[in-house]
Design a protein around this ligand. Structure first.
Ligand code: HEM
Length: 330
């Protein structure tokens, strides 16, 4: 029972119903016959007549015939279905989606042409590459080939009618990058607070020569056969006064010594391994480099890195025992 049948039934039940005789120029013979039959029957009989008529209609159009099939039937043989449809009151207006803005709506195709789309962003005065200049599509209408806007710029994607009535989804206006509020909960997209996330200064690391990576240095210092101190291997730790430290500048054939945290290191073997470059490291040669070191990279574990380069401890001038050994201090 298609909904149109019920509408027809309700229309017949109206007390003031008057089925006008079909216009001869608009209706064919079956269309005339059907309403005349209906007028002869009284209102109660009309229901049974309609029931029979609907059965006939079902037999003529098929039980579940699609619109296309209906159209085929109408085109070949004028059926009762068509005459019935002509006798029916006009259907209620079909709900249409609100028209999109002109920019987002594809231009309707010319009625007699095959729909074609030109996805290239073309100027109005330029000739689109498709359809071809001598094609039937181009010759078919004055409106020219329809153009498809590939992506609507302003319109959000269309949703179902119910969804369109809903309020828009909540959107946070700005990403929350406040570490105190978001990162402690582990939510949000903000990066976690870290000292290295936004470097305050550009890196001053240099390109080390092959074989002088931090890993190479670690391998070298862990080798027991290497003497990196620059003094005889069996010599005990030295007590180094400032006068002696000043002489160890790395020049005139001497090693470069520096003091870090009160310990004296021979930094000469480490020079080609220093990620900050040799000139930077040489700034602390022959003097106490503790402050300088701490200004650049206080996180570096110099004690572990330079353990095998330690030559002694820094002492005040005149605080040097006769033999200069460190055993007494231990
Ligand atoms: C003598 C002991 C020193 C050792 C063992 C040492 C070790 C290191 C290490 C391991 C790095 C790499 C740091 C990293 O990757 O985060 C580095 C970088 C650097 N070092 Fe040293 N350093 C020493 C002394 C110095 C001194 C005295 C200076 C400056 C006068 C200096 C200047 C630099 C610089 C500028 C960098 C590059 C930092 C960067 O931009 O990443 N270093 N050093």
């Amino acid at each position: 029972h298609p909904p149109a049948s019920w509408a027809f039934l309700a229309w017949l039940r109206r007390p003031s119903v008057q089925i006008a005789p079909a216009e001869p120029e608009e209706h064919n013979a079956p269309a005339k016959a059907m309403p005349q039959d209906m007028q002869k029957a009284d209102e109660d009989n009309a229901i049974s007549v309609i029931g029979d008529y609907l059965k006939e209609l079902g037999a003529a159009g098929g039980e579940d015939s699609s619109d296309e099939e209906d159209m085929e039937d109408e085109a070949t043989t004028p059926s009762k279905a068509e005459s019935d449809r002509k006798a029916m009151p006009p259907p209620p207006p079909i709900f249409k989606k609100p028209a999109l803005p002109a920019a987002a709506t594809p231009t309707p195709p010319a009625p007699e042409s095959t729909p074609t789309f030109n996805l290239e962003p073309s100027e109005d005065n330029s000739i689109p590459s498709f359809p071809a200049a001598n094609s039937a599509q181009r010759a078919s209408g004055g409106r020219g080939p329809p153009r498809l806007n590939a992506v609507p710029q302003v319109q959000p994607p269309l949703r179902s009618p119910t969804a369109s009535l809903m309020s828009p989804p909540m959107r946070s206006p700005l990403p929350n990058r406040n570490p105190t509020s978001s990162s402690s909960l582990g939510s949000g997209l903000a990066p976690p607070p870290t000292h290295s996330a936004i470097p305050s200064k550009p890196s001053k690391k240099v390109l080390l020569t092959p074989g002088h990576s931090p890993l190479d240095w670690a391998r070298l210092t862990s080798s027991p056969s290497e003497n990196l101190r620059g003094v005889p291997a069996n010599m005990p730790y030295l007590r180094v006064p400032p006068s002696l430290l000043k002489q160890m500048t790395g020049r005139k054939g001497k090693d470069a010594w520096t003091v870090l945290g009160g310990k004296v290191y021979n930094i000469t073997p480490y020079l080609p391994y220093h990620p900050g470059g040799e000139p930077e490291l040489m700034k602390c040669a022959g003097r106490d480099g503790t402050r300088l070191f701490g200004e650049v990279h206080p996180w570096v574990n110099y004690e572990g890195m330079l353990e095998s380069c330690m030559v002694g401890i820094a002492v005040a001038e005149g605080d040097v025992p006769g033999k200069g050994g460190l055993e007494e201090m231990d």
